[in-house]
Design a protein around this ligand. Structure first.
Ligand SMILES: Nc1nc2c(ncn2[C@@H]2O[C@H](COP(=O)(O)OP(=O)(O)OP(=O)(O)O)[C@@H](O)[C@H]2O)c(=O)[nH]1
Ligand SMILES: [Mg+2]
Length: 224
């Protein structure tokens, strides 16, 4: 069999990396914490964002850039609460920074306090794409099984925060928060673990306080 060696003299991902770094730096200068929210489909990302906006009741300027393969249903759910732009990927299983930049350009020009990027529901591909976030938050719902950290390690390794969601369903499913947390922290020892039920409201105020502290540490203190 013939073999051909192709020498790539240029880092083809360098431009994307630079675009993500520039987005992160510009948002930090404006005092905005950018949060990349990831999970498998249906873990409760949009529900958490609804509960977050309802908890803050307009205290902060919040926008959501929401990614989906098709439909603008999540954007319709969020629009009564926050400024929102739907990014429809047309089949792509993750978001990339050029699409995020285009969506951001559609928002009103204002100094946002928080921008959430709701990524496409998928526990694999989004882990490999820097979309210019300051904080990567991974959600795992109790209905998915506590074995997921060990089975999808990259997603857990590249995140700073794990939210165990749908805690109200814990009495009905075989899920050990301790086992999931132990596996996740073995993969990523610096992981912060929070538990929430967006449906019942438990853990939402702790999550909101956590976000406020992250904004102070990662954005406001860093740009003083
Ligand atoms: N019992 C319970 N159900 C929840 C909770 N949070 C969300 N759900 C339900 O779970 C389903 C999926 O919630 P979504 O918020 O749409 O999840 P998502 O991660 O945004 O879904 P995709 O964007 O499609 O990946 C909906 O039927 C929600 O009502 C919760 O805390 N408890
Ligand atoms: Mg959603």
């Amino acid at each position: 069999m013939n073999r051909t060696v192709v020498t790539v003299a240029r880092d083809v991902l360098a431009a994307t990396r630079e675009e993500a770094e520039a987005f992160r730096a510009r948002r930090a200068q404006a005092g905005t914490l950018v949060v990349n929210l990831l999970s498998s489909p249906g873990a409760g990302k949009t529900s958490l964002l609804q509960a977050t906006a309802a908890h803050w009741q307009g205290r902060y300027r919040v926008a959501v850039l929401v990614g989906d393969l098709a439909t603008d249903r999540d954007a319709q759910r969020l629009a009564p609460l926050v400024d929102v732009v739907q990014m429809t990927t047309g089949g792509a299983c993750h978001l990339e920074i050029p699409l995020v930049n285009k969506a951001f350009a559609q928002l009103p020009n204002c100094p946002w306090d928080f921008i959430f990027i709701e990524n496409v529901g998928n526990l694999v591909c989004p882990a490999s794409h820097d979309v210019g976030e300051h904080l990567r938050v991974l959600m795992l719902s109790v209905t998915e099984g506590d074995d997921k950290p060990a089975k999808y390690p990259k997603m857990f390794r590249t995140s700073q925060t794990l939210i165990v969601s749908k805690l109200d369903l814990l009495p009905y499913v075989p899920f050990s928060v301790a086992a999931a947390t132990e596996d996740a922290c073995r993969i990523q020892p610096d992981l912060t673990v929070l538990t929430v039920s967006a449906l019942k409201g438990s853990g939402i105020s702790e999550w909101c306080e956590y976000l406020e502290a992250q904004r102070r540490q990662r954005v406001l203190a860093a740009t003083d």
